[in-house]
Write a protein that binds this ligand. Structure first.
Ligand code: DON
Length: 285
């Protein structure tokens, strides 16, 4: 498990849960689908959506590109050596931290609340809260993220109070969810931005298309290519052991398995998605 965040090391590695949500909001669940876990990097999808929604459509790619990475999700090397010092994509830590600053709001707290509302609206759950123990653990040990953020401040990608910005980032990573919540979030993307519960359009279909494309190429970090081959769905993992996957026009899928592979993706979750994708013919390729 993600022992670099000590609180995550306390999770039960044997949990295995799955939930599926269709475009009518019907849900199917199995195993430990009720077990709470923290969103971690899955929150980056909501941050990306809000940053796209709150800016002219072509603004974000000028600041954060949408290029896949061959390095880890918290790698610092690319920031200096590639891509004119812009984060490579919004699915890795540097890109997500920068994307928070692009969300509408006078204060960082406003931006945080806006992203949290998007997570809640997508999940069809307005009672989501931050897991305080995980948040404190991230804040205490998040020096790699501090390095990324201070580097980006030095190159003008972000400005303002770095600690305050990281605080919002750590809290977004620490939002507690279940597979049921995350499957519903995936279903909104499967439905091109429309909530299967309220019928409300949460974001434009143009945004949905871009987010699914970036999830496909970058959502599993430097394992995105293998995931495309094995599972074939736009996906986004988090070091809490969750993976959100999207079957466009059909389903949102969420899996939980806290034991991770070396690149930070859920081992059992990946296998489960691979089998589900084969059985239900979910690959987009
Ligand atoms: O910032 C971090 O390192 C974590 N809070 C989130 C990283 C993450 O989930 C990467 N996922 N596989």
């Amino acid at each position: 498990m993600a022992t670099y965040i000590p609180e995550l090391a306390k999770q039960n590695p044997g949990l295995l849960g799955v939930a599926v949500c269709d475009l009518q909001g019907r849900r199917w669940e199995a195993g430990d689908w009720r077990a709470p876990f923290t969103l971690q990097s899955i929150s980056k999808v909501a941050t990306f959506i809000c940053a796209l929604r709150d800016n002219a459509f072509d603004t974000l790619p000028r600041k954060i590109s949408v290029a896949p990475t061959a390095d880890g999700f918290n790698s610092i090397v690319n920031l200096e050596t590639k891509n004119e010092q812009r984060p490579l994509n919004p699915m890795i830590n540097s890109g997500a931290i920068a994307a928070i600053t692009m969300v509408r709001g006078t204060t960082i707290e406003d931006k945080f609340q806006r992203i949290l509302s998007m997570i809640g609206d997508m999940a069809g759950n307005d009672t989501l809260v931050v897991n305080e123990a995980v948040y404190r653990s991230e804040k205490r040990t998040g020096d790699r993220n501090r390095s990324l953020a201070y580097f980006m401040k030095s190159t003008g990608i972000i400005d303002g109070d770095v600690e305050e910005l990281l605080d919002a980032y750590f809290r977004l990573c620490s939002v507690a969810v279940t597979c049921g919540d995350v499957a519903c979030m995936g279903a909104v993307l499967a439905g091109d931005g429309r909530s299967p519960f309220s019928g409300q359009r949460l974001f434009d279909s143009k945004i949905a298309r871009m987010v699914k494309a970036v999830m496909t190429t970058c959502g599993m970090y430097d394992a995105s290519g293998e995931f495309a081959v094995d599972v074939g769905m736009p996906g986004k993992s988090g070091v809490g052991g969750g993976i959100m996957a999207v079957s466009p026009g059909r389903l949102g899928v969420a899996v939980l398995g806290p034991a991770l592979d070396a690149k930070g993706n859920s081992l059992a979750g990946w296998k489960l998605l691979e089998r589900l994708s084969a059985e239900l013919d979910l690959s987009i390729f």
